[in-house]
Ligand binder design. Structure first.
Ligand code: ADP
Ligand code: GLC
Length: 497
């Protein structure tokens, strides 16, 4: 429900990815969906992104605006161009700079991180502030996300503290994943112009190098992260990847807000990317989706065999290195099929990509990023496996619930906050949770899910329906952000340099 007479804010979202323009993971989903809902709540929201080479001007009708934008850096003024587009009724600005963003890949070339990432994203963060001034858009809040736009928060305090233009602007820094901190060599520090005195352990210094996220944790007016459980996990090690001391210092200003799902894109009743639509009242379309999934991934067309789906980045966080250790045993011992869509770690790509040849008709795999296939897996599979070692929020399990595809997951971070553990005695729950992140527990829990499929079909049926009625709305999340913004503004006023 729209908050009556609630204050309406001017909000700039500064992000490195956002749907529909560009996405490598959940960050892109969030930075596309949250501004949209805040706009619907009546706020003046705008989004700024880098204009990567793959974002085509023609596709999105991007038009140049303003004159050349001059960004101060330690190497002098760097000039760039601003393009404007729209998304769901709000303006989206793109910072165009051929040297920094005119290449394929967002953060790496597929093998190695780009060596100039500190310059690229330091420049981008300052460009966000310059853009506001050239546009004469005085935001109440600049909401920045992860290491890529982390520096916006320190720049506001270090370089713009006495700039009247930003006198009423507070920063909110959202941590989507504390394992990626933006740690770089110290020699980029001069370019960044963050102040010689700030190269200290409490602020930017990190084992002799620079740490972007550490700086934002120190300087942001409010810090949020993407689930209540993860907000607790990052107060301790190993959850905080070495930053727990700094997070604890800001505990008063830390908020855990669970992500929502964008059901405009992820709802089996309306999803245009799946072969048949369905709902909890009529699941017949799900059978068609399963048939199509089995066909597309060259699996045996057997409706009675459960299909376990996987859609993921192959990164250490996701835990597939543990699954790999028990995969052959699972396939030897259980009557189950697997469909895997993923990319990332080359060893895991080879391992999972090689399984269809070893288990024809039982395992299907697509190595790469493929949005339609991701939707097909969500709709056609019976289970969805997420063996994450940690998971700040996780969106796939939220989508899976809506598609009646029961998650099998480790009870960590947002997985714990969104999945109700199955109780075998009563049939209650929405998924299969385990606690210890080991290969053996993955084997056992997949076995538990598969045996539930064969031995307790009634439980499967009621869990599926219960799962589909779970609703994680962006509206709820947006209302919580609406409460954080005034707190950030108050903190801004009491900030002591
Ligand atoms: P993370 O951001 O850590 O990767 P999330 O679960 O929050 O994890 O979000 C992942 C998002 O990226 C989901 O929307 C998921 O569907 C999508 N995704 C991940 N890997 C792939 C892939 N190989 N192909 C298509 N979509 C993918
Ligand atoms: C990160 C996290 C993921 C979260 C996403 C969006 O990529 O790994 O758990 O869902 O950000 O907040």
């Amino acid at each position: 429900m729209k908050k009556k007479n609630g204050k309406k804010y001017k909000i700039l979202f500064a992000a490195s990815e956002a749907v529909p323009f560009i996405k490598t993971g959940g960050l892109g989903d969030v930075c596309g969906a949250l501004p949209k809902i805040l706009k619907k709540l009546g706020h003046d929201v705008r989004l700024v992104l880098p204009r990567y080479w793959s974002i085509h001007k023609e596709t999105y009708g991007l038009k140049p605006i303003l004159g050349p934008l001059g960004i101060p850096t330690g190497d002098g003024i760097v000039w760039c161009q601003v393009l404007e587009g729209r998304s769901d009724g709000f303006p989206v600005y793109f910072i165009e700079h051929e040297n920094y963003f005119g290449r394929s890949g967002l953060y790496d070339d597929g093998h190695w991180e780009f060596a100039d990432n500190p310059e690229r994203f330091g420049f981008f963060s300052r460009a966000c502030l310059q853009l506001c001034q050239d546009l004469k858009f005085q935001p109440d809040i600049i909401h920045c996300h992860d290491w890529q736009t982390a520096l916006v928060a320190p720049y506001l305090k270090i370089r713009e503290q006495h700039n009247p233009f930003f006198a009423g602007t507070a920063s909110v820094f959202s941590i989507h994943n504390i394992a990626y901190q933006g740690t770089f060599r110290a020699d980029a520090y001069g370019f960044l112009e963050l102040g010689r005195d700030n190269f200290t352990d409490a602020k930017f210094e990190n084992f002799g190098g620079i740490n972007f996220m550490k700086g934002a944790i120190f300087y942001a007016d409010a810090i949020t992260t993407v689930s209540p459980t993860y907000a607790k996990e990052i107060l301790e090690e190993p959850g905080a990847n070495g930053l727990s001391v700094y997070i604890r210092r800001r505990q008063e200003d830390l908020y855990g807000i669970l992500n929502g799902a964008d059901y405009d894109h992820w709802d089996p009743e309306t999803d245009e990317l799946i072969p048949a639509n369905y709902s909890a009242r009529d699941l017949s379309g799900k059978k068609i989706c399963k048939q199509a999934l089995q066909k597309e991934f060259l699996l045996e067309a057997r409706p009675e065999i459960p299909v376990v789906g996987i859609v993921s980045r192959f990164a250490e966080q996701k835990g597939f290195q543990h699954l790999a250790l028990v995969m052959h045993r699972i396939l030897r011992d259980m009557a189950v099929q697997f469909v895997i869509v993923g990319s990332g770690d080359k060893g895991q790509e080879d391992f999972f990509g090689g399984l269809p040849a070893l288990y024809p008709g039982r395992v299907g795999a697509w190595i790469g990023y493929h949005n339609r296939k991701a939707h097909l897996v969500e709709s056609g599979a019976d289970f969805f496996l997420m063996p994450s070692l940690y998971e700040p929020c996780g969106l796939n399990q939220i989508y899976s619930l809506k598609y009646g595809t029961l998650p099998i997951a480790r009870a960590t971070g947002g997985l714990r906050d969104t999945i109700i553990p199955y109780e075998e005695a009563t049939g209650f729950g929405t998924g299969f949770l385990y606690y210890q992140g080991t290969p053996a527990t993955i084997y056992d829990t997949v076995g538990w899910a598969v045996s539930t499929w064969y031995d307790r079909p009634r439980h499967m049926e009621v869990m599926r329906k219960r799962a589909m009625f779970q609703h994680f709305s962006w509206l709820d999340a947006a209302k919580q952000y609406e409460e954080v913004y005034p707190k950030a503004l108050r903190r801004r006023q009491t900030w002591q340099p």
